[in-house]
Design a protein around this ligand. Structure first.
Ligand code: GLA
Length: 351
């Protein structure tokens, strides 16, 4: 079942719609047209009790005034960081917004994909239902080259999985790196910590960064570091040993173990012993950014609940940060004769 309601309007008077999507077992997701954003995910725990496990706000105003958290949004055109906001493509220099000093972050300051209102088309199929969002970003928007036509389709399956499919085409070569920026706490959004969640990441390597969180270009082994999540490990167990970056906590891009480029792989599994909920993340992307909520500072979210430091985690499936300036990383350049695609699945179950 898919239903539609109003979610208020933007400060410049554009209507924002809210879509509520429910499957036969009662799992519900909520999506808004601003930023093609996932604002709610109600899933059962091992006793069948439903909780909303993602972060968000109750009003359009709060989404608009939040400048740094990116709750649940479609992130881009280039998610993650680009060094000093600079790149050269087809011999031309580009300067993007420097909105995360000294770098560009998550597509820019004014018209990044999380801040614009998308068109939406709900759909229902025999075992799946959802919403297809589309947005055409004009040539030069946020200083990115090319008119980029983007579709993001959220599907809720009968089996409690959210499938997010991305598609984009351009009329000029341009960097594209899309992701979803949901924050999860499997005990329920607003629970004070994710330290007791048990995480597995299917990665032997990660991309070490400089002190502004830009990769050095090296692919380093996770062996013997607090980034070795190849076997299930409590997130809190080694978080205080992390002193390798300015993020002072988990905020790292992992290089997924993939047999072939673009092949669907399990990126990560998160298990919450308290509720029994399990989140399995699958993707066609080469990387996943595991961000442990180090920049959360207790701001109030949905239903008046505060989101404390390290009380939510993101598993952002994407290409590696600053790929556009790192020739050895998988390319993020989309050419006019190509179609960008990505699938990311957030599947829920219980143990
Ligand atoms: C990403 C980044 C983090 C932070 C968050 C948003 O996950 O890697 O450093 O900027 O987004 O707060």
């Amino acid at each position: 079942m898919v239903s539609k309601a109003s979610f208020g309007e933007t400060s410049d008077g554009k209507n924002i719609d809210l879509y509520t999507v429910k499957n036969p077992s009662g799992m519900t997701i909520r999506l808004i047209t601003r930023g093609a954003t996932l604002i709610g995910v109600d899933v059962p725990d091992r006793d069948g009790r439903f909780d909303d496990v993602v972060f968000g706000f109750d009003t359009a105003e709060e989404y608009e005034s939040d400048k740094y958290q990116y709750f649940g949004c479609t992130t881009g055109r280039c998610a993650n960081r680009i060094a000093e906001g600079k790149f050269i493509l087809d011999g031309k220099d580009y300067q993007l917004a420097v909105n995360n000093d000294p770098n560009h972050l998550h597509g820019g300051a004014q018209r990044s994909l999380d801040k614009v209102v998308w068109a939406a088309e709900p759909f229902e199929k025999p075992h799946a239902r959802g919403v297809k969002f589309s947005y055409t970003s004009p040539d030069g928007e946020e200083n990115y080259p090319g008119e980029l036509a983007i579709e993001v389709t959220y599907t809720l399956t009968d089996k409690n999985a959210i499938r997010i499919q991305y598609k984009a085409t351009t009329d000029k070569a341009t960097p594209v790196n899309l992701t979803n920026h949901s924050y999860f706490n499997l005990s329920g959004a607003g629970d004070p910590t994710i330290n007791d969640h048990v995480l597995t990441i299917n990665a032997d390597r990660y991309t070490p960064v400089d002190d502004t969180l830009i990769p050095t270009g090296e692919l380093a082994s996770v062996e013997g570091t607090p980034l070795d999540f190849r076997t299930p490990t409590r997130i809190g167990e080694r978080v205080d040993q992390l002193n390798d970056t300015a993020a002072l906590g988990y905020d790292h891009n992992f290089v997924l173990n993939q047999d072939a480029e673009g092949e669907m792989t399990t990126a990560a599994v998160v298990y919450d012993p308290a509720s029994g909920r399990v989140l399995t993340v699958r993707t066609t992307e080469p990387g996943v950014q595991f961000y442990g909520g180090n920049f959360l500072r207790g701001d109030t979210g949905k239903a008046g609940k505060p989101y404390a430091y390290r009380s939510g985690l993101c598993l952002e499936t994407q290409h590696f940060p600053n790929s556009i300036n790192t020739p050895d990383f998988p390319s993020v350049v989309l050419e006019p004769d190509q179609t960008y695609t990505q699938t990311c699945v957030y599947a829920f179950s219980v143990r």
